[in-house]
Design a binder for this molecule. Structure first.
Ligand SMILES: Nc1ncnc2c1ncn2[C@@H]1O[C@H](COP(=O)(O)OP(=O)(O)OP(=O)(O)O)[C@@H](O)[C@H]1O
Ligand SMILES: [Mg+2]
Length: 277
């Protein structure tokens, strides 16, 4: 996958050449560096009640600056997925606040929240969650169509993104005709099609072998270089080591918050080339 164009291209809203300039949620434009891309304040989520009450996320305070790649780690059941779903507006907190680009989102109505998710948040899941009956390019363009892009614009963006994830020759294939790594690259292209403020990824390499994992991490490295804010949940220390910062959760609470040294994603990604399957 050699590419000589950045993963976020000239049609980017950031470059002001989009056909829908300035649209999107408050703070979507990347101007104010002092506003974190994501903020959690006292964020908590309980499941069950009485004896079965579980605080899956318990009083998390977290700022994710724009452009940061953050890895969230911790043992199974510590609340990583719950935290990611709260941050992405897929779940509602029991207590606390979620802010996206300077806008509080946890109290938005369902319609407003769904619209915001579509335009400002790109999700990547361990199990890809592609639409089986749609081709790769149709999967990628669907969120753009749902966000109101014209069919022509949606197809153009989808084709450009598939090109950048190295899948132009698979654009008309169904997910069942693609490898796991190829499916995840389609899912990443789909997550990017509306130029989200943040990309949230839950175990994005969890179902992938070592070579496919390296492909995905290279893509994330390109996103990082392009200034994309990325939060990824991972069990894999080698994946976490490619981030700018690693936070770990224990029993729903932040247990550690480590900034990795500034040696740069390229150097760290280079080390991944030594991986053995
Ligand atoms: N819908 C639910 N109902 C009840 N309890 C839940 C629900 N979802 C999650 N939990 C509980 O909340 C806690 C955190 O779950 P979560 O899925 O966020 O953990 P995780 O860190 O993502 O784990 P894993 O690494 O296994 O994916 C767990 O104790 C889990 O059993
Ligand atoms: Mg999980």
């Amino acid at each position: 996958m050699t590419r000589d164009v950045p993963l976020i291209r000239a049609w980017s809203r950031r470059s002001g050449t989009d056909d829908n300039p300035g649209a999107g949620p408050a703070g979507h434009r990347s101007g104010d560096a002092s506003v974190p891309a994501l903020r959690a304040v006292g964020l908590s989520r309980a499941y069950g009640q009485d004896e079965s009450l579980v605080w899956a996320v318990d009083g998390v305070d977290l700022d994710v600056p724009a452009g940061q790649t953050l890895a969230v780690t911790g043992p199974s059941g510590c609340g990583k997925s719950t935290l990611l779903q709260l941050l992405g507006g897929l779940d509602r907190p029991t207590d606390g606040e979620v802010w996206l680009g300077g806008r509080r989102i946890d109290r938005l109505g369902e319609r407003a929240l769904a619209g915001l998710r579509r335009r400002a948040i790109g999700f990547v899941f361990q199990s890809f969650q592609l639409m089986d009956e749609l081709t790769a390019v149709e999967n990628v363009e669907l969120p753009a169509l749902l966000a109101g892009a014209s069919p022509r614009t949606a197809r153009r963006r989808a084709a450009a993104l598939l090109d950048q994830v190295g899948l132009t020759d698979r654009a008309r294939h169904l997910p069942s005709e693609l490898s796991g790594g190829q499916r995840q690259r389609v899912a990443i292209a789909r997550a990017l099609v509306n130029e989200p403020l943040v990309v949230l990824a839950d175990e994005p390499t969890g179902n992938l072998d070592s070579a496919a994992t390296q492909d995905i991490l290279r893509l994330f490295g390109e996103l990082r270089a392009a200034g994309q804010t990325l939060v990824m949940v991972t069990h894999d220390e080698r994946v976490a080591a490619t981030a700018d910062r690693v936070v770990s959760l224990r029993d729903g609470m932040l247990a550690d918050d480590t900034r990795l040294d500034g040696s740069g994603g390229t150097a760290r990604l280079g080390a991944l080339l030594d991986w053995e399957g």
